[in-house]
Design a protein. Structure first.
Length: 264
């Protein structure tokens, strides 16, 4: 059963060439799908269109985006607002930049919860601590009373993931969530995302330029090049039997470890 279907989607910014052209892909219930490609390939534009948050001038000019059978492109702003953060959530590339630097984490976290449901202050606090602990933030109390600048990049990223997952969305969109982190913390964040799928039965679309990360986390992988989805299929098919030359080049660029690039 698919939770999301993108059908023949084309996205343009005003009169420019299409940023995304005739892209079709599907995401099943509880699946993790990675979309891989270099900067400017259209990855972020595609997932922003799912939430209806394209930058000014961006428009879906062709196709459908079906979430649980409903075409998101036909929803009004009120209906989209109900969807955002509850049914579909997004982790942006630099969560730290989206946190208010002059407000403590607890204040911002509570605001994000109350935007989607009514809850007593004490219950909010309990939920925040629970979610932060699940992100392996070992001292949630300290994190909650901290300002963003008092936290490391990895901690802010995990705060952002916790905030995104609090409503237990059916679909999580993650835009390069590990690109600004060092390698050790990248691995932690990716592991946490896999656990989220298991704990909350959440489907995930991960945008990344890192084929190694995609191979570790994904059930399916899509490869984008110059606005087109040049390859899409099951993880093992794409990794071990790539069809497109661009996919082969991306795979060849992944470093080897003990003579191997990927685990079966």
């Amino acid at each position: 059963m698919d939770i999301l279907n993108i059908e023949n989607c084309t996205i343009r910014y005003q009169e420019q060439e299409a940023a995304v052209e005739h892209v079709s892909l599907s995401v099943g219930e509880q699946e993790i799908v990675s979309i891989v490609g270099e900067s400017g390939s259209g990855k972020t534009t595609l997932i922003r269109a799912i939430l209806g948050i394209l930058p000014p001038g961006g428009t879906v000019t062709e196709g459908k985006i079906l979430f649980q059978g409903k075409n998101i492109l036909e929803l009004d702003e009120t209906s989209l607002q109900k969807l955002r953060g509850t049914e579909i959530a997004m982790i942006f590339q630099d969560v730290g930049a989206s946190l208010d630097p002059i407000r403590i984490v607890e204040s911002q976290y509570r605001e994000s919860i109350l935007a989607h449901r009514k809850m007593a202050k004490a219950d909010c606090r309990s939920l925040e601590k629970e979610m932060l602990a699940k992100m392996h933030l070992t001292d949630p109390e300290r994190v909650m009373v901290s300002y963003p600048f008092e936290l490391s990049g990895g901690m802010k990223q995990r705060v952002g993931i916790a905030m995104s997952m609090t409503a237990r969305p059916r679909l999580l969109l993650a835009d390069e969530p590990t690109s600004a982190l060092d390698v050790t913390i990248q691995a932690e964040v990716v592991r946490e995302m896999k656990k989220l799928r298991e704990q909350y039965e959440t489907a995930i679309i991960l945008v990344t330029h890192n084929m190694g990360v995609a191979s570790y986390i994904s059930d399916k992988i899509g490869v984008m090049c110059k606005g087109e989805l040049v390859e899409f299929g099951k993880r093992d098919d794409v990794i071990f039997h790539p069809k497109h030359e661009y996919t082969k080049k991306l795979l060849a660029a992944v470093p080897r470890l003990e003579g191997k690039r990927f685990a079966k």
